[in-house]
Design a protein around this ligand. Sequence first.
Ligand SMILES: [Fe+2]
Length: 419
Amino acid sequence: MSVKPFKFGRRIFLLITSFLLMAPYRALSRFLARRPLVYLTWRQDPTSTMVVNWMDNDSRSPDYVMYRQLDLPRGSSWTLARGFKHNFADDKKRIIHHVELRGLNSDTEYIFTIGSKGTARGGSYLKFRTLPKSIPSDFRFVTGGDMMHDRKKVDAMNQRAAELNPWFALLGGDLAYANADKKNVSNWEDWLESWMLNCVRKSDGGLIPMVVAIGNHEVAGGTGKTPKDAKYFYSLFPMPDKRSFYALDIGNYLSLILLDSDLTERIDGEQAIWLEKSLSKRFGKMPFVFACYHKPAYGTAKPPSGTKDSSKDPLAQKIIKHWCPLFDRYNVTAVFENDHHTYKRTHPLRGNRIDRDRGIVYLGDGCWGVDTRDVPKPGEVWYLAKAESKRHLICVTIRNGKPDYVAYEADGKVIDRHS
Ligand SMILES: [Fe+2]
């Protein structure tokens, strides 16, 4: 008998044995990791509310959250908040629960548990912190979009987000790449699971709340569609006014303006009218106003044929016509764009030209955890100050009243700094 076949046979035997022995544990750990999947959002005032959402597969599980302030002595009483549940759009196996906690104290840590049969991943209890009523000396959030081509990449960038200890994450669409297709519903589970396991702030263990905009990969058919074509997105996120464009005000210091760049709502008409009203209402009152949406006005990597200038794209031209003049008029702090799978920072722009004194910087371009695209060479496109084919997130820190933008790769390397 030769030695080689024996070794090969033994390897096969060990492989089959270990597979059979481990199979039930693998199935169990998969089940525990996947149910329930908890995520935090807001419909209103982040200084006094929090929406606790979760996905599970138990249509009889109760819709309540038990919560209390973390710093109360052990044995302190818990508060119960009730919410509601529904199927995950047309998916009969997955249930989405939403419970809004109201009347919370600002800048306060809370511990909570959900009223589901399962045990929340990472322990029975999760934590969050409400936002402060006035801006602290060092206020931080992260932003980016185009998140999940594969799990490994999104895990890595989510871990970077957690290292930076942001108050929240502003996500500019193309989250799970599920394309509103029934066959891809499990992509949402992967995406939620990655968030829940990784987006836990290193400083205090709080789950990072998300503020989301819609992207073309949330929609069946991409651009020019209606909300019914993005049923899973609308089912997951209980947005203010139940639509994909909305504003969220944080205390008296920061407003987020979330827009739908021709995905399920049109750029002009109702949305542009709303944008003008929303910006004018906040003008002179809110010191920091950030806009965020998916398809860019000043993109990097999807130019029409015959040019390198992505702003010549017809959809980009609509944004330049209907939204950018409003950003100029009401002097928004910065604009976050996505979709092109690159990093970009524009020169300061006003009136569709460079204005170094009064211009607005557009940052993006959506490359949280996806494969990258090529970018123009330096100087090749008039509006780009910096462009890189690199995955990143953008960390916005407002320090002593001044915003500072740093683009990080997943391993912590800095791509760009701007203040
Ligand atoms: Fe996209």
